[in-house]
Design a protein around this ligand. Structure first.
Ligand SMILES: [Zn+2]
Length: 277
């Protein structure tokens, strides 16, 4: 199992924390002069049983200079292909890509421009596992998520015939289960990875960073905010009881953490990198 850092990017701090006043969230994650906070696009690579599985794939190559500027794309820090290489693999080795949802900061690496400027699949030998309801939602889109669903990512995927639909809570591959949630967008799937001893959940945009555990600390991007509050409370309670570890995709500092129950509720424990176990 490897962390695959695909590059840093920036999103508006206000949008990332919804109704939380800036003096509070800024103490946790400082903003730049354009009010953006730096986020990771950290993916997970799973090796085993003749499969190489990648969960999400980051923002990908910038669509334009303007796009790179708006989102403060930083691929100096890290980049998808360099990270795969450091883990001993390349994109052609990946057999399965599990996409938690189709916002560009999760699936932007799915496609890239070839030398003729045409968009091509990056993982040419992979199946792409997506929740069916989310696929249908993204293909019709809506004004709130218009900037998040990019045709450059989705059209080549639709044409490729490599989308494997996942229906609700089901096993995607052996030991890997989809946990669908509906607050951030329609049918996002968290990914629960279990072996004999441990369970790790890739929590995607239910908890984009470790600073999103408190009920009201949630993104303005969510399409159903009250649903997120319920799903977050329910998940944190369940995860703490079951001793699941959490994998954070966007937290700039922490990849993995556990949970503990205190008088203040369920809180973070033992933040670490994947390599530290
Ligand atoms: Zn999202």
């Amino acid at each position: 199992m490897h962390e695959i850092e695909t590059g840093r990017f920036g999103l508006d701090g206000g949008a990332m924390f919804g109704i939380v006043p800036k003096p509070l969230w800024e103490q946790e994650l400082p903003a730049d002069e354009r009010n953006r906070i730096t986020l990771a696009a950290r993916c997970l690579l799973l090796e085993g049983r003749d499969r190489l599985i990648l969960i999400d794939n980051g923002v990908g190559a910038p669509l334009s200079e303007k796009f790179a500027d708006i989102y403060a794309l930083d691929r100096e820090h890290s980049e998808l292909h360099r990270s795969l290489e450091a883990a001993g693999h390349d994109a052609g080795d990946v057999t399965d890509v599990i996409l938690t949802h189709l916002h560009f900061d999760h699936c932007g690496g799915t496609t890239h421009r070839d030398e003729n400027g045409d968009w091509q699949l990056t993982f040419e030998h992979a199946d792409h596992h997506v929740q069916r309801k989310h696929w249908e939602w993204a293909r019709t889109s809506n004004p709130k998520e218009q900037a998040s669903f990019r045709s450059e990512n989705l059209d080549p995927l639709a044409d490729s015939g490599t989308v494997e639909f996942v229906d609700g809570r089901e096993e995607i591959l052996h030991g890997i289960e989809a946990l669908p949630i509906y607050g951030h967008t329609e049918a996002q799937q968290m990914v629960k990875i279990s072996d004999d001893d441990d369970t790790l959940v890739f929590v995607a945009d239910l908890l984009p960073t470790t600073h999103h555990l408190r009920a009201a600390w949630m993104m303005a991007y969510d399409v159903r905010p009250m649903r997120t509050i319920e799903e977050k409370a329910d998940f944190l309670d369940k995860a703490e009881r079951a001793d699941w570890s959490l994998f954070f995709e966007h937290d700039p500092d922490t990849a993995v953490a556990d949970l503990q129950r205190t008088e203040h509720g369920v809180e973070l424990a033992h933040p670490r990198s994947l390599e530290q176990g």
